[in-house]
Write a protein that binds this ligand. Sequence first.
Ligand code: SF4
Length: 344
Amino acid sequence: MTTTTVPTQGREVLLNVEMLRKYFPIERGFFKRVVGHVRAVDDVSFHIYRGETVGLVGETGCGKTTCGMTVLRGLPVTAGKVEFRFRDLGNVDVTRIEGDQLKHYRREAQMIFQDPYSSLNPRMTVREIVAEPLVINRIGSAREQEERVAHMMKIVGLDKRYLRRYPHAFSGGQRQRISIARALVVNPSFLVADEPTSALDVSIQAQILNLMMELQEQFGLTYLFISHNLSVVKYMAHRVGIMYLGRLAEIGEKAAIFEAPRHPYTQALMRAIPIADPDQPSGLQSAPGEIGNPANPPPGCAFHPRCDRRMEICSQVRPELVQVGAEHDVACHLYGEPTTLSDR
Ligand code: SF4
């Protein structure tokens, strides 16, 4: 059984993900016979409160981007539930909606992509790029769209004189500001930001992160912030989820995850954060070995081939999330009710 933290303190849950699964079929031969599945996201559960930022962290290939895309309905789900609290409709499982309701969700939930160089159409002017969601959703008259686009440029710190220019005329940071303006132009309440600063110079990264935090404050935005960079997540997130091979290994308040991580994988990630002190050892002591194959994950705990605390049960029984503190869940046999092999 999966035990997730019950939402507390009267805060409103904007997004509730339950046992989300996204498998990609592996096809072989002329008749494309399905011979297996890549389990990119495998029974992931978490919630996000309105106005907060949840960081999703893990190594390349852990499923964090697929999780974000699936939550946004950019990919169809294999199984599970994604409940979103609409401002006018209340809670709706968005994995089951189509037509106008899906269009409505796509206005409420937007994405900021990793690479501002490839995510902007080079043949469109900035005005056309930012206005595109309004045009597609037929929101406002041409004049209202014009005004809204000019307003969004001001909000993200760009001069409206740039509206007639094409993306190639801008720096990476300016392009990411254009991406943010495009995402916000339809007044969403929820944004998935997938490595939004990893393609930018370090000097520009802080500007974009600060802009995102200011916009969150100004518009009450809610973020799912996906990154492999723990320092960036520590700066941005209120709560942090650690993913390993398609599953959540640990999720909790930022302070708990960074100061008292419980899962051996989270502990290994924390040891891998470089320390800005020449007298300290480099700290690059991540878990040994490679992340497993999501098409054929190790049995039991997927992390067991790399875990220095593994026990007999770890290679045989898959650990489920158990609550170890307020808003703190861990999937590891070291915690929770004692489990024996006979419990399987
Ligand atoms: Fe390590 Fe076992 Fe915990 Fe997995 S379940 S992280 S192998 S101790």
